[in-house]
Design a protein around this ligand. Structure first.
Ligand SMILES: O=C(O)CCC(=O)C(=O)O
Ligand SMILES: [Fe+2]
Length: 266
């Protein structure tokens, strides 16, 4: 884990021209999800976050766009490949345990993932910020997918989670993985599991790096509450929707700082 984070740190410390070889802007203008950069700018009054990102599709393996994968340092690609496989194993174990906790067939959630289900690795690099009181590292949001495995900076804190209207610091500590429930899981569990709202704050003194591994579903897959959880007294609390439609709504809301899941609740 340290090797991968250190390799990404080396990438983020490269001169801008070098990093822009992996840019998320086509022709310097048109935003695409993958690559190095920041959020798309949808409106003039949009608040940007204080971070640089490197966002890469890691699954399905045959859909990787290696043009966006840094060549420097040259260990980066192999380290990310290995870490992806480890996360996949962890994800499947957790999802089996969560299905059991819901009283579902142990494989119910795991089998929602087809061989077209995408996973994305997002390296978040937060430089020291001269005015932490004015800007977030990442604005409040919940993650869209089924499950996120977040590797936090081992020395520098900054992640906060909202609970009952109060923001709580998540302590940083070496080699700790934080498992974040995403919106798809909230929908599939019919709201029994909730996708938590979280944010990252900045600090003036130290840079910070985190790595989020997002596990999504096939864009054509319909996301809906598991039928086995529904009965007369417990009807579906979320509208059924294709993953690709959910994601389109999600990104639009994320840029505005609002939550798309609120608009799919019945
Ligand atoms: O940097 C962090 O700790 C959180 C990052 C995050 O929430 C995300 O990438 O979705
Ligand atoms: Fe997040």
């Amino acid at each position: 884990m340290d090797d991968l984070i250190n390799a990404s740190r080396e990438f983020f410390h490269l001169p801008l021209e070098e990093k822009q070889k992996c840019s998320n802007l086509i022709d310097g203008k048109h935003f695409q999800v993958e690559g190095y950069g920041n959020d798309p700018v949808a409106s003039k009054d949009q608040t940007l976050d204080w971070l640089d990102r490197l966002h890469l599709r890691v699954e399905p393996e045959d859909e990787r766009n290696l043009v966006h994968w840094p060549e420097h340092p040259n260990s980066f690609r192999a380290l990310l490949h290995e870490y992806t496989l480890t996360c996949k194993r962890i994800k499947d174990r957790i999802l089996r345990a969560m299905a059991k906790a819901l009283g579902l067939n142990e494989d119910y959630i795991v089998t929602q993932f087809s061989n077209k289900a995408p996973s994305f690795a997002r390296f978040n690099y937060y430089p020291p910020c001269p005015r932490p009181d004015l800007v977030f590292g990442v604005k409040p949001h919940s993650d869209s997918g089924v499950l996120t495995i977040l590797l936090m900076d081992k020395d520098v804190g900054g992640l906060q989670v909202l609970r009952d209207g109060v923001w709580h610091n998540v302590p940083s500590s070496p080699h700790r993985l934080l498992i974040n429930i995403g919106d798809y899981m909230e929908i599939m569990s019919n709201g029994i599991f909730k996708s938590p709202v979280h944010r990252a704050v900045t600090n003036a003194g130290k840079e910070r790096i985190s790595l989020a591994m997002f596990h999504g579903l096939d864009p054509e897959k319909e996301i809906e509450p598991a039928a086995a959880l529904l009965h007369e007294k417990q009807p579906a609390r979320y509208r059924k929707m294709k993953a690709k439609e959910y994601l389109a709504g999600f990104y639009e809301h994320f840029c505005r700082g609002t939550r798309f899941i609120d608009s799919v609740k019945i």
